[in-house]
Design a protein around this ligand. Structure first.
Ligand SMILES: [Zn+2]
Length: 251
């Protein structure tokens, strides 16, 4: 456990032994440190509790506030909201394809047909339209690249994946223009959180967790689950270069 830099990290296994009141110079040094830094420990505990039991009130910060965060003052479970628009949506970076409705893996099975997905092993999964949207989100303080999977893309475009799929593949210019204009002018709420790189290697990278509309925040889509990796890989086949899973700040 590293106390000096304020990051608590403790992993245990079946063979881990916990010694209560240990002896030795290192244990004594730690005890001394804890006694003289009660305030830091109390602050840290309060912050962990805050993050674990967030108040129902959603606090919205700016992209600039987000850029000020560091690996020292961020914890893995932290979730932060920004209110943004997509100023220049590029429909070439919206990937619409047919995939497993459970994990998003691309399939050649016809839409609506049940099958057993080889990626997630889901029996009776359904082939359905899936969408991955790569775009830049902006507020008055900054811009950041994000990737939105199917349910978040549906929230962004305020339409079901089938409609996005149809617009994309029929090259419906009028609908594409209308959607581009809507996301440019109507704000969305985007929840960001640290990738697991924070607990694995103490590196802070933000990724999109969910997208919500202001008037309808409780029905926000579920978090980008890990099995969306399949969706990511599937859309990468379309456009390797444009895809960026982490929410990278733009210079
Ligand atoms: Zn699947």
């Amino acid at each position: 456990m590293c106390l000096i830099c304020c990051c608590f990290s403790l992993s245990t296994s079946m063979s881990t032994v916990i010694i209560h009141d240990p002896n030795g110079a290192r244990a004594n040094a730690l005890t001394d440190w804890a006694l003289t830094h009660q305030d830091i420990l109390a602050n840290r505990q309060a912050r962990v509790l805050d993050v674990r039991n967030p108040s129902p009130l959603r606090v919205i910060i700016t992209l600039d506030d987000l850029n000020q965060k560091t690996n020292i003052n961020t914890i893995q479970e932290e979730r932060l909201w920004v209110k943004v628009v997509v100023p220049e949506l590029d429909f070439d970076r919206v990937h619409a394809y047919i995939g497993c409705c459970n994990c998003g893996r691309r399939t050649d099975v016809p839409v609506g047909k049940a099958y057993t997905c080889t990626n997630c092993s889901q029996k009776g999964s359904m082939a359905c339209p899936r969408v991955t949207t790569n775009c830049d989100i902006s507020d008055s303080t900054g811009t950041r690249s994000v990737t939105m999977f199917t349910s978040d893309s549906e929230t962004l475009f305020r339409m079901p994946a089938e409609d996005i799929f149809r617009i994309k593949h029929t090259k419906d210019d009028i609908a594409i223009k209308a959607a581009t204009e809507m996301v440019r002018t109507k704000p969305i709420l985007v929840q960001l959180g640290p990738t697991v790189a924070l607990s694995k290697s103490n590196a802070l990278q933000w990724c999109l967790k969910k997208v919500a509309l202001e008037e309808n925040t409780e029905e926000a889509s579920e978090e980008n689950e890990e099995n969306d990796q399949a969706a990511l890989e599937a859309s990468e086949e379309n456009d390797q270069a444009a895809l960026e899973n982490t929410a990278a700040p733009k210079k």
